[in-house]
Design a binder for this molecule. Structure first.
Ligand SMILES: Cc1ncc(C[n+]2csc(CCOP(=O)(O)OP(=O)(O)O)c2C)c(N)n1
Ligand SMILES: [Mg+2]
Length: 139
């Protein structure tokens, strides 16, 4: 995605070095090595929870300093595994409670995780979960 959205450091060469020692395309990227990687994560679900913190901070700063100074959106690309982690439920509920409508989660519903098909271990209706927490859901 960084390559496709024009980040110059995310070259094709770096993509073919995915998960190689010393490359900028680590399996678990860390903040400070590649432009566009904005947090160090690793544990599934933590990135989603952090994004809700980003969106809360945006609303807080806009309320304090005005929309003409602070007015941006927060975008998340979340995988099946991110949504399978318990921490995602708390984060989703909090975002719904505060109506963080400048936060958008794109769910990569590719039905696969590291273990194989998602259906091996999970049959949750993810869209219903978000709806239940007060989110606008588009399929
Ligand atoms: C809390 C936690 N448990 C386990 C892992 C190990 N792990 C890394 S990727 C992955 C599966 C990811 O699947 P998905 O989110 O659907 O991503 P996809 O492979 O479809 O891109 C797992 C279980 C992890 N990173 N964090
Ligand atoms: Mg997946």
């Amino acid at each position: 995605l960084l390559h496709l959205t024009g980040y110059k450091a995310a070259t094709k060469e770096e993509l073919s070095n995915f998960r190689q020692w010393g490359s900028k395309t680590a399996g678990h990227p860390e903040y400070g090595h590649m432009p566009g990687v904005e947090v160090t994560t690793g544990p599934l679900g933590q990135g989603l929870a952090t994004s809700i913190g980003f969106a809360m901070a945006e609303r807080h700063l806009a309320a304090k300093y005005g929309d003409d100074l602070v007015d941006h959106r927060t975008w998340v690309v979340a995988g099946d595994g991110c949504l399978m982690e318990g921490v995602s439920q708390e984060a989703i509920a909090l975002a719904g409670r505060y109506k963080l409508n400048k936060l958008t989660v794109l769910w990569d519903d590719n039905e696969i995780t590291i273990d194989g098909k998602v259906s091996l271990s999970d049959a949750v209706d993810q869209k219903a979960r978000f709806k239940a927490a007060g989110w606008a859901v588009k399929a």
